[in-house]
Design a protein around this ligand. Structure first.
Ligand code: WTA
Length: 634
């Protein structure tokens, strides 16, 4: 299936049309899918409650669009190419016909174990084909999947399972990541001691590691597959039936379960995939994200497969067995479109340009970037040493809540500028507002990035707490969806994302709320209070700096730091570990008791000279102490 837009002129026309006639625009795109029943109403919305419904009254099953629809025309074409962690292990290629069979079989396993439409299924798996199959098997029977990234701890897994009351857990014995293995069944077992809603656990054998199986609860994946056939009639669901929940961090409290529904998400991921990457039939597309994050959901699984593309899934890490692995995989399969993160680019840049230069990578046609702002240096390195200056770079800005890309160049069509996400996609209406919520018109301006009109792929609520969804995203600026990002619109009208303006820290493209990390640190018995901020980091983009107040001065600071790290590992996972921990006797607070993070951020950045106005502080002295301590840490 081809892109709809093939020239900049057409983009401009389509954009104009989509803003003037959003319903007609999206209905025209939605018509190309297989619906069991057509919708009664294209769009019903307000951002007050908020309430957003797309294609209401429509009925469908997304897997018929991902699989069945393609069988006749491209049944034998590879749908998924899987490259294992170890380059010496055999790869797996699944055609659309084979993928269809596997999804139907697993759907039958779920049904056989009592999972039905509307039930939640937690998926905690490594990057193996069964992970993609699991998402689709849930969707096939109308169950709602909730994927938890394999790097999260037992506690984080249990919290997510409990928040959405999952009935079944899909996991594996262990996982491979580079030279390491991770005992994910063991981690799951620990989580399962506190998850009363889980009735069954399906365990995939990946590494062959011995694991304990609980009688009556745990089932081997391969045994269950022996019990089913591959006939499965897809369940019909409403367009607004939840397709999945994905947990993400916000500026307050615990991670939220972002809820995406079926019809709109389908239309949006397919449309954006085809147009942003300008996917051409037969091309090999590779997104290096993990399916545990939204990028993997939308642009490894749903978007590419809806579009009938060949999507590559990689189990490993960019530096195993060496820092040439990505380039080797690109050569091995003749990858045409490569979509990765600035963190990955920067970490590979550190090994020098000689490594990618050993590979010709002639097949590459389009490069993509996602997850965090890309600095100009990394952009140029990507352009020169990977794309060899002949591949357009699409810097795609979007969020878990958005479902799909919102602001991005269309490959080879929209002009590009290093660090710029450039222009909104058709149907996307960004606005910049000042701190009072006033819309800033014109170009050459900067403000808080909001969206003033819904798009089909946007989330509908946060699981179990609609009020929290309203508060978090729709209450800061009335009638607008607030992204939490700061943004510049330059003189030519091109958008540049400046990073978060709220208390969210983006570490290597992973979102963490300061409150979430502080809670984990505060679990340490000697910690009374903590405050964390993000600061610029050469490879991770941002890293976490934690200031902690102890009840009694630690005898051994190194040990305290190790213990705090342990606490964060246990409650969230190693990915959330602070880069730096500083013991302090107080925190800069206002008279009303609010921590002035602005000051802590400046100190973490090493900008101790210019801290701005500190006159409203309760105890200005403490700032001097923190400054002195920070210098010692460097
Ligand atoms: C940031 C990932 C600059 C941004 C798809 C956003 C970006 C958050 C870009 C969402 C980009 C993502 N340029 N910043 N191209 N892409 N971000 O939910 O701060 O994991 O709010 O979704 O990542 O992260 P999330």
């Amino acid at each position: 299936m081809q892109p709809d837009i093939t020239s900049f002129d057409e983009y401009q026309k389509q954009y104009q049309y989509s803003v003037e006639n959003p319903e007609a625009f999206w209905a025209g795109i939605a018509e190309k899918f297989t619906w069991r029943k057509k919708w009664d109403e294209v769009l019903n919305w307000n951002f007050r409650e908020p309430k957003v419904e797309w294609f209401k009254g429509g009925q469908l099953n997304i897997t018929e669009n991902v699989l069945d629809r393609h069988l006749e025309e491209r049944g034998d074409q590879p749908a998924i190419i899987w490259e294992p962690n170890d380059p010496d292990e055999s790869n797996i290629v699944l055609s659309y016909i084979e993928l269809h069979i596997k999804v139907c079989q697993l759907a039958n396993v779920l049904l056989r174990n009592g999972v039905t439409k509307g039930d939640r299924v937690c998926i905690y798996l490594p990057m193996v084909p069964e992970l993609a199959i699991a998402l689709l098997a849930c969707a096939r029977i109308g169950a709602i999947h909730s994927v938890v990234f394999g790097g999260f701890s037992a506690q984080a897994l249990a919290d997510r399972i409990n928040d959405s009351g999952c009935k079944m857990l899909l996991t594996a014995d262990a996982s491979y990541r580079g030279a390491k293995t991770s005992p994910i069944k063991e981690i799951a077992d620990e989580a399962l001691t506190q998850t009363p809603t889980i009735e069954k656990v399906l365990v995939l054998r990946r590494t062959g590691t011995e694991v304990s199986m609980t009688e009556g609860r745990d089932l081997w994946w391969h045994d269950e597959l022996n019990e089913v056939d591959s006939d499965n009639e897809a369940v019909t669901v409403d367009a607004e039936h939840p397709l999945f929940i994905l947990y993400t961090s916000g500026s307050t409290g615990k991670p939220k379960g972002v809820v995406h529904t079926t019809g709109g998400y389908m239309v949006y991921t397919d449309y954006t995939f085809r147009n942003v990457f300008q996917y051409q039939q037969g091309e090999i597309y590779w997104c290096t994200a993990d399916i545990g994050w939204i990028t993997g959901h939308s642009y490894i699984v749903y978007g590419p497969l809806l579009a009938g593309a060949t999507t590559l899934m990689f189990e490993g890490v960019p530096t195993y067995p060496d820092a040439g692995r990505y380039w080797e995989v690109i050569e091995k399969y003749g990858v045409n479109i490569f979509y990765t993160s600035p963190t990955a680019i920067r970490s590979l840049e550190a090994f020098g340009p000689e490594i990618p230069e050993k590979f010709e990578m002639k097949s590459l046609r389009v490069l993509g970037s996602v997850g965090e702002p890309i600095n100009e240096e990394a952009w140029h390195w990507y352009d020169e040493h990977v794309g060899r200056k002949r591949c357009p770079i699409v810097d795609t800005w979007w969020q878990t809540e958005n479902g799909g890309i919102l602001i991005s160049p269309l490959a080879g069509i929209t002009p590009t500028k290093p660090g710029y996400a450039m222009l909104p996609l058709p149907g996307v209406q960004p606005v910049l507002v000042d701190n009072e919520g006033k819309i800033i018109e014109g170009n050459g301006v900067e403000g808080n990035l909001c969206l003033k009109f819904p798009w089909p792929g946007m989330f509908r609520t946060t699981w179990g707490d609609h009020e929290r969804c309203r508060q978090n995203y729709f209450a800061t600026y009335p009638n607008l969806y607030f992204t939490g990002d700061g943004c510049k619109r330059d003189k030519e009208g091109y958008y540049r994302i400046m990073g978060r303006v709220d208390d969210v820290i983006n570490v290597s493209g992973h979102r963490f709320g300061t409150a979430e990390i502080e809670n984990a640190i505060d679990e340490h018995p000697n910690v009374i209070e903590s405050a964390v901020v993000g600061y610029p980091h050469d490879i991770k983009g941002q890293a976490i700096y934690a200031y902690v107040i102890c009840e009694h001065h630690p005898e051994n600071e190194t040990q305290l730091i190790a213990e705090i790290n342990q606490s964060v590992n246990k409650i969230i996972g190693p990915i959330a570990r602070p880069e730096k921990i500083q013991v302090v006797t107080g925190l800069p607070k206002t008279r009303s008791g609010k921590i002035m993070r602005r000051i802590l951020r400046k100190i973490a950045e090493g900008e101790t000279g210019n801290l701005g106005d500190t006159s409203t502080l309760l105890d200005p002295e403490v700032v001097e102490e923190i400054k002195a301590g920070a210098l010692k840490l460097k």
